[in-house]
Design a protein around this ligand. Structure first.
Ligand code: ACO
Ligand code: ZN
Length: 281
């Protein structure tokens, strides 16, 4: 946490309350001016409206009738659910989510134009409702083939595999669209670590299965990972040689096994059979 705080500009909100958690913030977020004098904000964990006082939140919770994000549940497996929220149909929710997320995202500009985005919110569900764990946003139409704009796992849920689940989910959506995708740049240090981890795990598994006899293009078609990201990942693993002006995969079985052993946990898997979704038109 300390390293993050070094880069913080003028951090206004120091902590937030969200569901059963009190969370220390990492970065500045441009809340409307009337919140400038607040050090703590109270969020409704379902509609993400934020308030200055605990009593306001308590009153709000009595009348807020949401028990999950205001969108379509497009995935459910066990206690995990994913909701898709259209920023145009749920503008206030989209804006609230951006204000909240910016508290943990550094070099990201906040888009007020939430109309142009879809939000995919991951929840852990129990008998009290569906509690937000993290999310990613996605442009409805991306010129640059971005399949993810911003990604966040809320701090109390980090390092449990949810980040890789969200990344895997973004690629499953790309597969359904029949497109390759890549995350919007720049990536944060934690973002890059998570992506590198995901790409490495996915590519090593396929290389192992195909005994290395596969091209970058074929890998890209199978995974929806953009060729450049495949190349940079395999280069960092020293599995690429440059021969006669071409990049070729050289996957020595021993080297593969060594990398596979070192690669992180697989994380939480996306069960594609439980994804009910058609691409945005
Ligand atoms: N220290 C070292 N490695 C880490 C850390 C950490 N604190 N956090 C994640 N990693 C690496 C690990 O390699 C980990 O895999 P492993 O546990 O198998 O070793 C891998 O990242 C992914 O871990 P997950 O548990 O799947 O990811 P998590 O749920 O923690 O979420 C995320 C990752 C979303 C990047 C989270 O750290 C976060 O929300 N950070 C703040 C916001 C942010 O930086 N988002 C990315 C910005 S870039 C963009 O939005 C396009
Ligand atoms: Zn509410």
């Amino acid at each position: 946490l300390r390293e993050h705080e070094e880069f913080t500009k003028v951090k206004n909100i120091a902590t937030i309350e969200l569901g059963r958690y009190e969370i220390e913030t990492w970065y500045f977020s441009p809340f409307p001016p009337e919140y400038n004098d607040c050090v703590k904000l109270y969020f409704c964990e379902f509609c993400l409206n934020f308030m200055k006082h605990k009593e306001q939140l308590q009153r709000h919770m009595k009348k807020c009738d949401l028990k999950h994000p205001p969108g379509d549940e497009i995935y459910r497996s066990g206690t995990l659910s994913m909701f898709e929220i259209d920023g145009k149909k749920n503008k206030v929710y989209g804006q609230n989510l951006c204000y909240l997320a910016k508290l943990f995202l550094d070099h990201k500009t906040l888009y007020y134009d939430v109309d142009l985005f879809l939000f995919y919110v991951l929840c852990e569900c129990d008998d009290r409702g569906c509690h937000m764990v993290g999310y990613f946003s996605k442009e409805k139409h991306s010129e640059e083939s971005y399949n993810l704009a911003c990604i966040l796992t809320l701090p109390p849920y980090q390092r449990k595999g949810y980040g890789k689940f969200l990344i895997a989910f973004s690629y499953e959506l790309s597969k359904k669209e029949g497109k390759v995708g890549t995350p919007e740049r720049p990536l944060s240090d934690l973002g890059l670590l998570s992506y590198r981890g995901y790409w490495t795990r996915v590519l090593l598994d396929i290389l192992k299965k195909h005994k290395g006899n596969i091209s970058i293009k074929e890998l890209s078609d199978m995974t929806a990972i953009k060729a450049e990201d495949i190349l940079s990942t395999l280069q960092s693993l020293e599995l690429i040689q440059y021969r006669k002006g071409q990049h070729v995969i050289c996957a020595d079985p021993k080297v593969l096994d060594r990398h596979l052993k070192a690669a992180g946990r697989g994380g939480l898997d996306v069960d594609v059979s439980k994804l009910i979704w058609t691409p945005y038109k």
